[in-house]
Design a protein around this ligand. Structure first.
Ligand code: 6A9
Length: 788
């Protein structure tokens, strides 16, 4: 079922409601977005966490720890943490519509954990959890929990707090589809039987334990703290009854105990194993044919096959990356990206009063007031480190998603666009709710409505709309979309229902205009004050809300810039505005708003003219930021790197321009931007190369490298490009693609992770590990042609 459309359909009354109410599901369930996207591993900040795409509903999660010693509990695993120092973790296959397979290699505990996640079309799902320790005597305690927030109830169906069999929770929630069961099975493995029940305390780890309690809405996410607190209290009480010499064995000491009844909305289930283990968690709606443990192997095989064929259909890899190991790698890269897709809900801290233009501006001085609650469906840059939505990251995340499941990309774009406020602003970072905030130092939690971030999502939306219009035309002229090869055809993308996307585009268009106007108005730079002459004083730009050392809005935080000054004009922002204007032009054109299109075209031309008039430094042979000196005279602030190549990256430089050649030479020069592992963020010759924080001052970032490849592809195909330039482009393209993929692949094999950036000297992955956000663009690079 293609769902983005059914939501639209309902909104536009195209389909009506009856088709939504399949099998008597409650109305709320039907309107809760795509049925196939309803359940997912949407708590991507956890190693294992399934929830529906709903605010305040059912939250489930898994924790584990080693009980061979008293220390294991101190390293209880729950939310993905860099400090856990796992050998590797993540999805080797995953698609929120189909399910997936996740692997965790826990080095400290010597344990390999795996989970298979499967879903049915009618809203059931299951998780098969298995563990294999390196040493067969290893004792592991596993804790699964489920908590229901908001409407409905969830109760324990057993009568005792220990059992030898399955544990059954019974629930009711309109929005989840009515009555449901959540079974935690006994599984095929035996729990650990100790030599004796220590002092008759009844803490027998051979039985499955259950604990219930009442937890207020908004707090279930604190499961780990709740568990540890309850366990701590139990141990304290126990100690009061014991003698000093008593040493309760750890596997008994750390057994949780039910408090005093079986009531509550939150339930913990604990199992303690020795050696390997396997058990299931199965969610069944009462109205559905139940999913059983016996069916799981078959369901898992089916899910794997479905994923593999969907992948193969959409990602035909190009040489030299066509060995089975490359396909495996590409699948994992895509799965890791999709595995970051999360559903967030909660309030956001915003400071609407702060003056960000101040030279003294500091993020830490922002004073936030809660706004919202908002919801957001989005991927994340890194599950352990940045588990939340970032505006400009998201446009990159969606590029592979577009080519795998364009309807899913549309869902995410729609979710982001729904956050455009009355002024046209979207916060750069989306830190919604307490759980998301718990991962952010307080000084970075507050957003300000003058602060921008590169508008990558507009570019994605334009691609989607282009595709929809092509599909519409194809249908009009009786062409099969699969064989349709218009000039703007994008990979193997499919949109189930182009009409609905076009009507959505019409509906959202005024919001997009607002969003565009917000950029153009709030990020405008100064010309008149400094007597600058240029084609259009309205189309020069300056990032607002930067500090002396950082320009966080630009996304390339510590890239060298001049001292903050109202005179400065930023070339990267001008280039982004050019790309955004082109997007608006394209959207207006496709929606047949010809007058608007005309206006956008004029602005676009102004931007290109300003770029040449104000930003090209012939001395430096590059596009540069501009500022003023002591005498208020214009001076260039030139640093060859990701900022200076932005006009090329966004294809604003005319193919016939001589300036193109200079950019290519810098890209190709090992003394400037060329490294054997990708294009450096800053030229080796720049005085700031590797200076200071050294974040965006030399090392290699995958997002910009991807855009460089795309841009080379574009320019090489332009008729105005001369044969010599085309040859140079082909050379750069072919080696760059190979270098990037080769290195990201090597690093993944060697370290078990994708990385936030790669060392320009050694290729080593560095900074944040498990950075499966834009680094996953490698999967698209593998699909790009070997040569252009
Ligand atoms: C710090 C520390 C647990 C920085 O990928 C997200 C962003 C990019 O948008 C940006 O371009 N990253 C890049 O320069 C990471 C930003 C993290 C900021 C918050 C909190 C977390 O401590």
């Amino acid at each position: 079922i293609f769902y983005a459309c059914s939501i639209l359909a309902t909104e536009y009354g195209i389909l009506g409601n009856s088709s939504e109410n399949i099998r008597g599901l409650a109305a709320d369930y039907a309107s809760a977005n795509s049925r196939s996207l309803f359940w997912g591993a949407y708590r991507s900040n956890l190693y294992f966490g399934v929830k529906p795409r709903l605010p305040e509903s059912l939250l489930t999660g898994l924790m584990w720890f080693n009980v061979d010693s008293y220390q294991g509990i101190g390293a209880l695993r729950h939310e993905c943490r860099q400090d856990d120092q796992l050998d590797t973790f993540g999805w080797t296959r995953y698609d929120p519509r189909l399910g997936g397979h996740e692997v965790v290699k826990d080095a400290q505990f010597g344990l390999k954990l795996e989970a298979d996640f499967v879903k049915t079309d009618d809203g059931n799902w299951a998780l098969r959890v298995s563990g294999k320790p390196k040493n067969k005597d290893t004792k592991t305690s596993v804790v699964f929990y489920a908590g229901l927030e908001g409407e409905g109830q969830l109760t324990y169906a057993g009568g005792d707090d220990v059992t030898d069999g399955d544990v059954k929770l019974v629930g009711y929630s309109e929005r989840l589809g009515g009555v449901f069961d959540l079974d935690i099975t006994k599984g095929s493995s035996k729990q650990y039987v100790p030599e004796g029940d220590y002092r008759g305390l009844g803490l027998d780890p051979s039985k499955t334990r259950h604990l219930s309690l009442m937890v207020p809405t908004g707090n279930v996410w604190r499961a780990k703290d709740i568990f540890l607190t309850l366990l701590g209290e139990k141990i304290k009480k126990l100690q009061e009854t014991l003698d000093k010499e008593d040493r309760v064995p750890p596997e008994q000491l750390f057994q949780m105990k039910n408090i005093d009844n079986f009531e509550g909305n939150m339930h913990f289930v604990q199992k303690t194993f020795q050696g390997s283990f396997e058990f299931d968690i199965i969610f069944n709606l009462a109205d559905n044919e139940p999913l059983t443990a016996e069916q799981l192997p078959e369901k898992i095989t089916e899910m794997n096959a479905n994923f593999d064929s969907k992948f193969a259909r959409n990602f035909q890899l190009a040489p030299p990356f066509v060995k089975p190991k490359h396909f495996q790698f590409a699948k994992e890269m895509l799965s890791q990206l999709l595995g970051g897709i999360s559903y967030f809900y909660g309030d956001q801290l915003v400071d609407r009063n702060a003056v960000v233009d101040d030279i003294e501006f500091s993020h830490a001085n922002l004073e936030g007031k809660p706004e919202g609650p908002y919801e957001l469906f989005t991927a994340v840059p890194s599950r352990p480190f940045f588990p939340r939505g970032f505006y400009w990251d998201e446009g990159f995340h969606l590029l592979p998603v577009l080519e795998y499941d364009s309807d899913l990309a549309l869902e995410i774009v729609q979710s982001w666009f729904s956050l455009i406020d009355d002024d046209g602003w979207i916060a750069r970072e989306q830190i919604l709710g307490d759980e998301a905030r718990s991962k952010v130092p307080p000084e970075f939690t507050v957003q300000n409505p003058n602060i921008a971030n590169p508008p990558t999502l507009m570019l994605v939306f334009t691609k989607l709309l282009d595709l929809a219009k092509q599909a519409q035309d194809a249908a009009k002229y009786g062409v099969d979309i699969d064989s349709f090869a218009g000039p703007l055809r994008l990979g193997d993308m499919h949109l189930e229902n182009p009409e609905l996307l076009v009507s959505y585009a019409n509906k959202i268009y005024p919001q997009l205009q607002k969003h565009y106007d917000w950029f153009r108005r709030t990020q405008r730079g100064e010309t008149k004050l400094f007597g600058r002459t240029c084609r259009s004083a309205l189309d020069v730009f300056r990032w607002k809300g930067r500090t002396k050392d950082h320009c966080l809005p630009s996304g390339i935080d510590d890239y060298p810039r001049s001292p903050p000054d109202i005179a400065e004009l930023h070339i990267d922002l001008l280039a982004w505005m050019g790309a955004m204007t082109r997007s608006m032009y394209r959207i207006a054109f496709l929606l047949e708003k010809h007058q608007d299109a005309q206006q956008y075209k004029e602005i676009y031309d102004n931007i290109v003219a300003n770029m040449e008039d104000l930003h090209w430094s012939s001395k430096d042979r590059s596009y540069c930021d501009v500022t003023v000196d002591e005498e208020d005279e214009d001076v260039f602030e030139c640093h060859v790197g990701y900022v200076s190549i932005m006009p090329f990256v966004h294809r604003l430089v005319p193919a016939s321009s001589e300036h193109l050649k200079h950019v290519l030479d810098q890209l190709q020069d090992p003394e400037q931007l060329w490294s054997p592992y990708g294009i450096r963020s800053l030229s080796r010759k720049d005085p700031y190369f590797h200076q200071g924080e050294d974040y965006w001052r030399g090392h290699i970032w995958v997002n910009i490298n991807y855009l460089v490849l795309e841009s080379l592809q574009y320019y090489a195909a332009q008729p105005e490009t001369s044969p010599e330039i085309r040859a140079q482009m082909s050379d750069i393209y072919e080696s760059l693609r190979k270098n990037l993929i080769g290195n990201i692949y090597e690093q993944y094999r060697k370290t078990g992770y994708t990385w936030e950036q790669y060392n320009e000297e050694t290729g080593a992955g560095q900074r944040t590990r498990h950075f499966s956000g834009w680094t996953s663009l490698v999967v698209l690079m593998m699909k790009m042609p070997e040569r252009i």
